[in-house]
Design a protein around this ligand. Structure first.
Ligand SMILES: Cc1cc2nc3c(=O)[nH]c(=O)nc-3n(C[C@H](O)[C@H](O)[C@H](O)COP(=O)(O)O)c2cc1C
Ligand code: SF4
Length: 697
């Protein structure tokens, strides 16, 4: 049962006219499904409610076509026809005794209006934030009145949908209510600009409007950014203190955090659990209303400490609720070891940024609740008594073994190395990635509770070993390794001078502590991969005092990391470490300690002296065992083998998330009927407009 130390986490909190049953608050998070996939969205939120969160919020919810954030798919309450989609969520959330919250926002100059084709609006004339080739126009008094009316109408619609809490959003540099506060966005000379009192006026009015419209039934929450970390052009702590002081008792709840988004959802590489405390700790001293804050909280001790020390009243969480929708329930039931802790990789964020349903490295069921009926905690029992052999103890193999074990299969896992975890264990040794080991640790912890899963370390298997083993199903999850020859996105053939050159290294070498045996002199990192490896290898080399040149054919370093909000942190880190960057350059050869570089646009060539190169280009599946077994397919039946399946990096190298998902999917689908060519449900729009209108009534 629950440890009494954590009792305080399970005491109720009054939020205006509604009561949260405990202190766990799933703060707003977008998910790439939003208004476009309302059934999938509702099912995902329901899982959090079932898992014990007292409050479940939507993501940003657009209130008017002039604040259209397309192509991003968030929630939407433009008119009454949007109500049913959000009502779906409310019904699901209420079924588990949780409260539903909606985060109303008009994104002003941080919208796009690419879909609505309305003119952007802002406190003053200014360029749109995200580089769209249009400016936002300054709002006049009638626009301000319209905006207040849209917000009020959306609050009423939220209430009609069944929302218990209506948010006024003044966070992340993403909403008009915040833009009016910011000196750099608000140059007005009327009563809405200039002095702090004037800049706060609109936020105050919107809070009052919301309270007046729905305050009898709904709690009114404010999400407020207390620091933008950009100096006086942005909200700074001192000014934020004044603002909280001015509005202290107006909302029923303060949800406070740091802006912009990349300073809030900071990857674990760059911020530890609870890192926002110094920026928000004043709020509780300034208001008597409950305060929610965030900080990738996964430890119940940290949560209790936040409450006992008077920092927070409620534990806000986005990522921890994604990695483990059942986190509160596990604490409540005294199952702390079962918590699937977020690793801070921010793959979940990439769903929003790539406009696709949310994915999570730790939780392969995230985003699959409706379309595949996957539950994060339960799984169908085994359909047979088959014995399964899993070869490889990396993220794919461990997850396959765990989930197969959960289903009740007899599972044996053989790992060639002494250590388990495969790439997770190896990558977690790189600078900043230590928390990624949680992918391994959670799975091993779960497996150790299962009597029907045996693990054999130090056990490389040959094809004959597998045939002799007596398993009916074999899963090959033997991972991959990095290429050394330079072949990759930018080079369709090996780079001359790479093969057989002892001065060419790979990320595998760095993970095997090769830095100490690298020749003296500058090291070039050749990043043709574009995600995180280039910068972590740079950090590893700088730790050893090596001079580093970060070289990439791309026009910027680590371009894909923009999708995970790592990008700016990587740039800051590289600047701090004094890593030189050479972008838009490919390598055409390496000889006599010099690389020959070619500018990708001009074709101009130049030499770059370097003692060593780390090639981050492409990976090769370690599938020799799988191929050897395929070659002996005629012998499978005699050996009692029904299927041999290759998964994860051994099939096609990808992210850790891909490997975990592959292992999970294998386990879910074993002995189950094939689902057809499209193995999941989809949302379809009715081809008849009249049907749509009827749905919206
Ligand atoms: C995938 C994802 C989407 C998010 N979308 C929103 C959003 O729509 N509105 C918002 O106010 N915050 C959003 N956030 C920020 C979170 O609410 C939260 O403040 C932040 O992630 C820090 O909390 P955490 O450490 O518990 O993740 C999002 C965060 C994530 C991870
Ligand atoms: S994707 Fe990564 S950061 Fe996001 S919730 Fe999952 S483990 Fe955490």
């Amino acid at each position: 049962m629950r440890d009494p130390r954590y009792d305080i986490l399970f005491t109720p909190v009054q939020i205006g006219p509604v009561t949260a049953k405990n202190r766990f608050f799933q703060v707003p998070h977008c998910n790439g499904m939003g208004h476009g996939m309302p059934l999938a969205h509702a099912a995902m939120r329901e899982m959090k409610a079932e898992g014990g969160w007292a409050v479940i919020a939507t993501e940003e919810c657009e209130i008017h076509p002039s604040g259209d954030v397309s192509p991003y798919v968030e929630a939407r309450l433009w008119d009454d026809r949007d109500i049913p989609a959000l009502a779906l969520m409310c019904d699901k959330v209420h079924a588990h005794g949780a409260l539903a919250a909606v985060e109303l926002t008009h994104n002003g100059p941080t919208a796009s209006n690419l879909y609505s084709r309305e003119v952007l609006i802002a406190p003053s004339h200014q360029p749109s934030k995200y580089g769209y080739p249009a400016q936002a126009r300054a709002m006049d008094k009638s626009d301000i009145a319209d905006y207040r009316r849209w917000h009020r109408d959306a609050a009423l619609r939220g209430m009609r949908a069944g929302m218990d809490i209506i948010y006024v959003y003044a966070g992340h540099d993403l909403s008009l209510a915040m833009h009016f506060l910011q000196r750099r966005r608000n140059h007005r000379t009327d009563e809405y600009g200039g002095s702090l009192e004037n800049r706060v006026r609109l936020l105050r009015e919107v809070l009052e409007d919301t309270r007046e419209a729905v305050g009898h039934r709904c709690g009114v929450a404010i999400r407020f950014a207390t620091e933008e970390l950009i100096g006086p052009g942005g909200i700074e702590r001192a000014e934020a203190q004044d603002i909280v002081g001015m509005l202290a008792e107006l909302p029923d709840l303060w949800d406070v955090n740091v802006a912009a988004w990349y300073n809030d959802s900071v990857p674990s590489r760059f911020a530890a659990e609870g890192a926002q405390e110094p920026f928000i700790d004043f709020v509780k001293k300034t208001t008597t209303k409950p305060v929610v804050g965030v900080g990738r909280f996964t430890s119940p001790d940290t949560m209790v400490s936040q409450i006992r020390r008077g920092v927070l009243d409620m534990i806000g969480a986005a990522r921890p609720s994604i990695a483990d929708p059942f986190l509160p329930k596990k604490i409540e039931e005294g199952r702390i070891d079962d918590i699937r802790e977020c690793i801070g990789c921010n793959l979940c964020v990439s769903g929003d940024n790539t406009i696709t349903p949310i994915r999570c490295t730790q939780n392969p069921t995230m985003g699959e609740e409706w379309r595949r009926d996957w539950h994060p905690e339960t799984i169908a029992p085994a359909k047979s008594t088959a014995k399964v052999l899993v070869v490889g103890g990396g993220p794919a193999g461990l997850e396959a073994a765990r989930a197969l074990g959960q289903r009740g299969y007899e599972v044996n896992l053989a790992e060639a190395r002494r250590e388990l975890g495969g790439r997770v264990t190896r990558e977690a040794r790189l600078p900043g990635l230590a928390e990624w080991a949680r992918v391994r640790d959670w799975r091993l912890g779960q497996i150790r509770k299962l009597q029907n899963v045996a693990i054999y370390q130090d056990s490389p298997l040959t094809a004959q070993d597998v045939l002799d083993f007596g398993a009916e199903h074999v899963v090959i999850a033997t991972g991959c390794h990095w290429r050394r020859d330079g072949y990759g996105r930018s080079n369709g053939a090996a780079i001359p001078g790479f093969e057989g050159n002892a001065a060419v290294f790979t990320p595998d070498d760095i993970m095997d502590d090769a830095v100490a045996r690298m020749p003296e002199g500058p090291v070039a990192i050749f990043d043709d991969d574009y995600f995180y490896y280039g910068s972590v290898v740079a950090e590893a080399l700088r730790k050893h005092g090596r001079e580093v040149i970060y070289l990439t054919p791309d026009d910027t370093i680590a371009s894909w990391s923009a999708n995970t909000l790592d990008y700016r942190h990587i740039q800051w880190k590289m600047a701090e470490l004094g890593v030189e960057q050479i972008v838009s350059h490919n390598i055409v050869g390496y000889a006599d300690g010099a690389l020959e570089l070619e500018h990708v646009w001009s074709g101009k060539r130049r030499a770059l002296d370097c003692a060593a190169v780390v090639a981050i280009t492409a990976r090769v599946p370690d599938d020799a065992l799988y191929r050897a077994l395929r070659d002996r397919e005629a012998e499978w039946a005699d050996a009692g083998i029904r299927t041999i399946t290759c998964i994860g990096d051994a099939l096609a190298p990808g992210l850790i998330a891909h490997a975990v998902y592959a292992g999970h999917r294998y386990a879910r689908e074993l002995d189950e009927p094939r689902q057809g060519e499209v193995p999941f449900k989809r949302h379809f729009h009715s081809p008849r407009e009249t049907d749509l209108l009827r749905i919206g009534d």
